[in-house]
Design a protein around this ligand. Structure first.
Ligand SMILES: NC(=O)c1ccc[n+]([C@@H]2O[C@H](COP(=O)([O-])OP(=O)(O)OC[C@H]3O[C@@H](n4cnc5c(N)ncnc54)[C@H](O)[C@@H]3O)[C@@H](O)[C@H]2O)c1
Length: 253
């Protein structure tokens, strides 16, 4: 087993399930100590317990990334456990819950998407940077989306929030590379996680979504996690400010 993250302290948000949990498991398998963070306290503590059950090093904290004080407490809790923060995977996010054209777009939905997906990513990076600098930290990976690269009709809030994450990733990459901290984003396509589950439960919708990907199937959370681990590892030492698609070719179309 490759142990790329031995001795590294890694923070993962949105780690109760889906892509975040797959990445947290991957980091732990490769030797990292991992702090799993999520707003779903029960599930994220259970996930950390599960990782410890097979010998991984993990702890958990409940966080609401749309609240700066909560995010700062998450980073403090991470540093309190190991004295360091070397790598952060800012992955927590929410989907659009309704579609609509511009004049009918629900304003609460807009604010929810921006405050979680965009401000949440900013709050995390802002709170993490001093700890990363103090620890000789090396990498931040954000979860954007193919919706950070292209757009689809009827979901302007989600698309704006994820394009914002892409811009924030590029801005942070430039500001932090002088400190040896590489910032990149992963851009997942249609990935089979709890977020997509309600959509793909219907066989017709599932076939429709599968047909949108040139590869002809949905992705697995572990396939995105592999890319995240690469971007966070020293193997990606010359990768800075990249928007890295893991989408079965969707964004190529
Ligand atoms: N599944 C896909 O097809 C897909 C595609 C593109 C991008 N993404 C992005 O991937 C990321 C992970 O999503 P996923 O597919 O694993 O779905 P998921 O719903 O399994 O995971 C998201 C996690 O984020 C947590 N979360 C949501 N709001 C939070 C908050 N305010 N504070 C703390 N935690 C919060 C949820 O509790 C959940 O555990 C998200 O940013 C999502 O937008 C997913």
């Amino acid at each position: 087993m490759n142990m790329r993250f031995e001795g590294r302290s890694v923070l993962v948000t949105g780690a109760a399930g889906g892509i975040g949990l797959a990445a947290a498991e991957g980091f732990a398998r490769e030797g990292a100590w991992v702090m799993l963070a999520d707003r779903d306290g029960d599930r994220v503590h259970a996930a950390a317990t599960q990782i410890r059950s097979w010998g991984g090093q993990a702890s958990a904290v409940t966080v609401d990334i749309s609240n700066y004080d909560s995010v700062a407490a998450m980073v403090d809790a991470t540093v309190a456990e190991t004295g360091a923060l070397h790598i952060a995977f800012n992955n927590a996010g929410i989907p659009a819950t309704m579609s609509g054209d511009f004049e009918n777009l629900d304003l609460d939905e807009w604010h929810r998407l921006i405050s979680t997906n965009l401000s949440g990513a900013f709050y995390c990076m802002r709170a993490e940077v001093p700890a990363l600098k103090a620890s000789g930290g090396t990498a931040i990976v954000n979860t954007a989306s193919i919706q950070a690269l292209v757009a689809s009709p009827g979901m302007p809030g989600y698309i704006a929030s994820k394009h914002g994450v892409a811009g924030l990733t590029k801005a942070a990459a430039l500001d932090l590379i002088p400190f040896g901290i590489r910032v990149n984003a992963v851009c997942p396509g249609f990935i089979e996680t709890p977020m997509l589950a309600p959509l793909v439960a219907d066989p017709g919708t599932r076939a429709f979504i599968e047909g949108k990907a040139p590869i002809g199937r949905l992705g697995a959370a572990a396939e995105v996690a592999d890319a995240v681990l690469y971007l966070a590892s020293d193997s990606a030492s010359y990768v800075v400010g990249a928007l890295f698609s893991v989408d079965g070719g969707v964004a190529v179309l």
